[in-house]
Design a protein around this ligand. Structure first.
Ligand code: C2E
Ligand code: MG
Ligand code: MG
Ligand code: MG
Length: 279
């Protein structure tokens, strides 16, 4: 009986693995074609100075718009691009696109761009990014690269070489999703980041959780101590915005302040008072 049951259990498992594999192969082929057709484009979400309520720049967030009009979010295709060895090509294309868009913005606005963790173990990454900036004609100080702690931990030696190439050229570096990785504090003393982005999970729960409020307070104090700008991600509620402003957080980002939007729909300048006071 046991043997029979075992056989029955194994079969659906194997066939679901085959389904997974077939799906993966299909997604990979579609992704390859999408890159060729430049169907993956950057959307932009505003970064807002919480002291002046002015937009200081935009984070580029990749969106795959398929031929059928469906949008596939980055968490679904970036990992596939990484595993399929397509991330270099995709990043180069997206970065070139985003830098070209940024050229048409007001000259003080910054473009923030995400790098995949595995990219920081590619020694030539820094030089390739600088080549793209040079080709497009976007000054290095207009761009900020978002990296995560896990990216640095994977290959610390190469990560330093890459980050040094970029920092020496005037590119700024932000530590993304701060608080969700491990060894955050040691990374802070090993590297000089220009910005720390507090992960959305802290912001979304800090009103209902008094400890979370203290954690955010401490991160902001850390930023002051280290001379690093602090950004809070995922601001959705007026009360969250209020609290972050009271705590002296420098920059905010979130649906309340602006959702990711295509290049042609960007509004720059002062975020409307109406949006900021919406309760
Ligand atoms: P991230 O860099 O932490 O980006 C912030 C994510 O939070 C974005 O999701 C954004 O749309 C979302 N978000 C912003 N404000 C709010 C809010 O108020 N509420 C909620 N619930 N979400 C908010 P998205 O666009 O789906 O991107 C997910 C992740 O994919 C990004 O996280 C980033 O790590 C990665 N990613 C996006 N674009 C690229 C890219 O061009 N290259 C690479 N390597 N990674 C990218
Ligand atoms: Mg980011
Ligand atoms: Mg983030
Ligand atoms: Mg992230």
């Amino acid at each position: 009986v046991a043997k029979k049951q075992g056989r029955n259990l194994v079969k659906p498992f194997v066939s679901s693995m085959q389904d997974e594999l077939a799906k993966r192969v299909r997604v990979e082929a579609d992704l390859r074609a999408a890159i060729k057709k430049a169907e993956i484009v950057p959307y932009y979400q505003p970064l807002v100075d919480l002291k002046t309520n002015r937009i200081i720049g935009f984070e580029a967030l990749a969106r795959w718009k398929t031929a059928s009009g469906e949008f596939i979010p980055p968490n679904e295709f970036i990992p596939v691009a990484e595993e399929a060895g397509l991330i270099v090509e995709l990043t180069d294309q997206l970065l070139r696109h985003a830098c070209t868009d940024a050229l048409s913005w007001s000259s003080e606005l910054v473009l923030s761009f995400n790098l995949s963790p595995i990219q920081l173990s590619d020694r030539l990454l820094g030089l390739r990014i600088l080549k793209i900036l040079g080709d497009v004609g976007l000054p290095a100080h207009r761009i900020e690269l978002e990296v995560t702690e896990s990216a640095i931990i994977q290959d610390a030696v190469t990560a330093r070489i890459v980050l040094d190439d970029l920092v020496n050229a005037g590119v700024r570096i932000a530590l993304d999703d701060f608080g969700t990785g491990y060894s955050s504090l040691s990374q802070l003393s090993n590297y000089r980041f220009d910005k720390i982005k507090i992960d959305r999970s802290f912001v979304s729960s800090f009103e209902t959780n008094d400890k979370q409020d203290k954690v955010i307070k401490a991160i902001i104090a850390l930023g002051v101590g280290l001379g690093v700008t602090i950004t809070a991600e995922g601001i959705e509620e007026e009360s969250q915005l209020q609290r972050l402003q009271d705590l002296g957080c420098d920059i905010g980002q979130g649906y309340l302040l602006g959702r990711p939007a295509p290049a042609e729909k960007l509004t720059t300048g002062q975020v409307s008072a109406r949006i900021l006071q919406r309760g």
